[in-house]
Design a protein. Structure first.
Length: 341
């Protein structure tokens, strides 16, 4: 009987519990035990674990967050790599570890696999920017939340003849902004992958007003640069040395108001996008990824990530997953741009 460890690391994401449930159910079906690691890499480094069986994961499918907890601690940033985790691995008899996380988490997973730990990764991020997979769970839920917010903001923008700049998550990529912007009928979308001109956006909004449309919605991804001449928001660093993004909508809104003379307000959606219950799509996707990860772990695979390729769940090398960050293709943004103004 093999023992499979499972942990969730990095930011939380709708669907994490569905993955855990999938791992536990499949491992049980294959006569394997599952050890849950509490609070991500922190638990693996400090030996905080819990036994997981079918009873432990009943009723968690619809829950947001993660029953195991998570943290920003990392064995290579805050420890000595595999040596920091070895005691917990051996004490629990873990044969293979399922690691559910984003690009930073998967990068550490790859390093641990290179040190000899059997690891299977599961791509997790609302940002949808992990290479090697067509989509990540959590993205659909985040887009749904952002779209609903845009729908609501559009009605109040119309009532008051305002421009509203809606800032969404996505870090350095604009997947959420593009999808939610298309779904919500945004009049302009600003994402990091495509250089923007604040003058062109101002001209677009002024044209709308000349046509008698006295309100507009501009969707902005949190990772874009502020307009020239407008001060960026001062950012602190996270545990990995990355900027804590958020707030670029404010200088963009100021530039729009200065350029148009139209009253412009800001709505930063923030962490509400990754909280709460996952969508039906994300529940199914996360379940499939969890089952696929358990199969690979029990079979002794290592250094791989379960991925979605043409609707199929397949293993891909972790090295491919962390090689680059996947951005919005030009063709998709061109579709969105067809409706600007």
């Amino acid at each position: 009987m093999s023992v499979v460890g499972v942990l969730t690391a990095g930011g939380d994401c709708p669907g994490l519990n569905a993955v855990i449930r999938g791992v536990v159910a499949r491992a049980d079906e294959r006569d394997s035990e599952v050890v849950g690691i509490r609070n991500g890499w922190e638990g693996l480094m400090h030996g905080t674990t819990v036994s997981l069986d079918r009873d432990a994961v009943r009723g968690i499918l619809t829950r947001g967050g993660t029953i195991l907890g998570t943290s920003r601690m990392d064995p290579y940033v805050h420890g000595d790599g595999y040596k920091s985790c070895e005691k917990t691995i051996k004490a629990n008899g873990i044969d293979s570890l399922v690691v559910i996380g984003g690009d930073g988490t998967l990068r550490s997973a790859l390093q641990l696999s290179q040190e000899g730990l059997s690891i299977v990764g599961v791509p997790k991020t609302i940002d949808n920017d992990i290479s090697g997979t067509d989509i990540t769970f959590g993205f659909d839920t985040a887009v749904g939340i952002a779209t609903e917010a845009i729908d609501r903001l559009a009605t109040t923008a119309e009532a008051h003849n305002r421009v509203i700049v809606v800032e969404v998550m996505g870090r350095t990529k604009g997947w959420i902004a593009t999808y939610a912007g298309i779904a919500g009928g945004a009049d302009a979308i600003i994402i990091p992958e495509h250089e923007y001109s604040i003058d062109e956006i101002v001209a677009t909004l002024r044209r709308r007003h000349r046509k008698g449309i006295k309100y507009s919605i501009v969707v902005v991804a949190e990772g874009v640069a502020p307009p020239p001449g407008y001060e960026p928001i001062e950012q602190k660093k996270d545990a990995f040395g990355f900027d804590r993004l958020g707030g670029v909508a404010y200088p963009i809104a100021a530039a729009i108001e200065d350029g148009t003379g139209f009253e412009t307000r800001v709505s930063v959606l923030g962490h509400v996008q990754r909280g709460g219950t996952p969508s039906a799509y994300d529940r199914v996707l996360a379940t499939r990824l969890g089952v696929g990860a358990a199969d690979l772990a029990v079979d002794g695979a290592s250094g791989v990530m379960v991925a979605v390729r043409s609707e199929q769940i397949v293993p891909v090398p972790l090295s491919e997953a962390v090689d680059s960050i996947r951005g919005v293709p030009d063709s998709l943004f061109a579709t969105a741009a067809s409706f600007f103004g």
